[in-house]
Design a protein around this ligand. Structure first.
Ligand SMILES: NC(=O)c1ccc[n+]([C@@H]2O[C@H](COP(=O)([O-])OP(=O)(O)OC[C@H]3O[C@@H](n4cnc5c(N)ncnc54)[C@H](OP(=O)(O)O)[C@@H]3O)[C@@H](O)[C@H]2O)c1
Length: 252
């Protein structure tokens, strides 16, 4: 259950908000009063299902297409979002992901690393630059980077993804230091393994054995944490790395 209900008049942009964790981050922010831009790259139908889902419980949401790995498309996404809502973005959730191939060192190429860096470093950088003028003018803003517990686990055969997610930690802390004086907070929210549509058919029981709370996480666990970090109540929290994974790792 979401206790915070103070995001009225806030505009949130959730990249990759159409499905998986993004859908539930979008829904949780909307349920707390924010108007949510549900970004997607490929499937408008899926994004519209998320918008319907949000609207059916009284929330406000719009689906906006944009490829976050393409600078022109990404700038258009921010412009269109601001035109639709008539407001600048207050809350940016850098969540979108593409394929996450598991590769040994022998199988990996530099491009495999760049693919992940494009999603998790380049896209957040360019999006943050695009929303900064509005946040600075308002004297407040929330940037929530979606990381992963892999930063601490260092999973084998996954260094392309682990490297890019790890880079988000330093990036988050540095941005938090730079933007604090503008009232803008920047935090890293690290989900554990939380089964979503793309994990269909994967048996989570081995993973679950290592979760102190004894269950798999649910997408809304991440949505609720995002609402908290976006809220007024979290205004003194910045540069932090918050693991939402049932205690499987301990926060760094
Ligand atoms: N689920 C987990 O267990 C887990 C664990 C740790 C961290 N995470 C992190 O949580 C975030 C969400 O993961 P997820 O599992 O929810 O992913 P997902 O279910 O695969 O959803 C990915 C989202 O990104 C969108 N997308 C794909 N390519 C895009 C692009 N080029 N530009 C803009 N949007 C694009 C997809 O929309 P289209 O289909 O329309 O392209 C979709 O909305 C990621 O940062 C992931 O690394 C997830």
């Amino acid at each position: 259950m979401i206790l915070i209900n103070n995001l009225h008049s806030k505009i949130a942009l959730v990249t990759g908000g159409s499905k998986g964790l993004g859908r539930h981050i979008s829904a949780a922010l909307a349920q707390s009063g924010a108007t949510v831009i549900v970004n997607y790259a490929h499937s408008r139908e899926t994004a519209l299902q998320t918008v319907d889902f949000i609207q059916s419980s009284g929330g406000k949401a719009f689906a906006v297409q944009g490829d976050v790995t393409n600078e022109e498309s990404l700038n258009h996404l921010v412009k269109e979002s601001e035109e639709i809502t008539g407001e600048t973005i207050d809350i940016l959730v850098n969540n979108a992901t593409g394929p996450q191939p598991e590769l040994s060192l022998e199988e990996s190429t530099w491009d495999d690393y760049l693919d992940q860096l494009n999603f998790f470093v380049k896209a957040p950088l360019l999006l943050t630059k695009a929303v900064l003028p509005g946040m600075k003018e308002k004297g407040e803003g929330r940037i929530i980077n979606i990381g992963s517990e892999v930063i601490q686990l260092g999973n084998a055969n996954f260094a392309n993804y682990v490297t890019a997610k790890s880079a988000q930690l330093g990036m988050t802390r540095s941005w938090a230091n730079e933007l604090g004086r503008f009232g803008i907070t920047v935090n890293l929210l690290n989900p554990g393994f939380i089964p979503v549509e793309r994990h269909e058919g994967i048996d989570p029981s081995d993973y679950q054995k290592g979760v102190p709370l004894g269950r798999m996480g649910e997408p809304l666990d991440i949505g609720n944490a995002a609402v908290f970090l976006a809220s007024h109540e979290a205004k003194f929290i910045t540069g932090q790395s918050l693991s939402v994974n049932g205690g499987k790792t301990f926060g760094i």
